[in-house]
Design a protein around this ligand. Structure first.
Ligand code: ZN
Length: 150
């Protein structure tokens, strides 16, 4: 599947994360693990979080797929270290809104490097690629909340 023509500087940052993904490893002592797949493109991720006292201590992933999906997950995990569960939820909601084309969400500085993926929102078929990591995160947060209350 073709990669959308993004601004070259942005393209470089995406490729850099794709070639040197951050936090790509199995996490020991994980609190929650979520598997998510995007069969349209062949993207796959297993997101693993270690959570203590409503804070994400560590976030790691194992996955494969296109540059957009893997770069987005890599960027996401760098933002999750030390992040509270409430802030992680806000990040996921903000990124999802940006991918749906919300211009205000795209200006949110909390998204940091993830904002380079804004251009992907113009390519509906690739939006799922960019969202797979945060979809896994939202599922992980829900699973964790359910386990806490049970
Ligand atoms: Zn993809």
């Amino acid at each position: 599947m073709e990669t959308p023509p993004l601004n070259s500087l942005y393209q470089q940052l995406i490729l850099e994360h794709y070639r040197n993904p951050r936090n790509k490893a199995e996490l020991e002592e994980k609190s929650v693990e979520i598997h998510m797949a995007n069969p349209v493109c062949g993207d796959e991720v297993r997101l693993q979080l270690r959570i203590t006292d409503d804070q994400i201590e560590e976030a790691k992933f194992v996955g494969q797929g296109c540059s957009i999906s893997q770069a987005a997950i890599s960027m996401m995990t760098t933002l999750l270290h030390g992040c509270s569960l409430a802030d992680a939820k806000i990040l996921a909601e903000c990124f999802t809104k940006m991918m749906q084309g919300d211009p205000d969400a795209a200006k949110d500085k909390r998204l940091k490097d993830l904002r380079v993926l804004q251009g992907v929102s113009k390519f509906p078929v690739r939006i799922k690629c960019a969202l797979i990591g945060f979809d896994a995160l939202q599922e992980a947060l829900k699973t964790h909340a359910r386990e806490e209350t049970s």
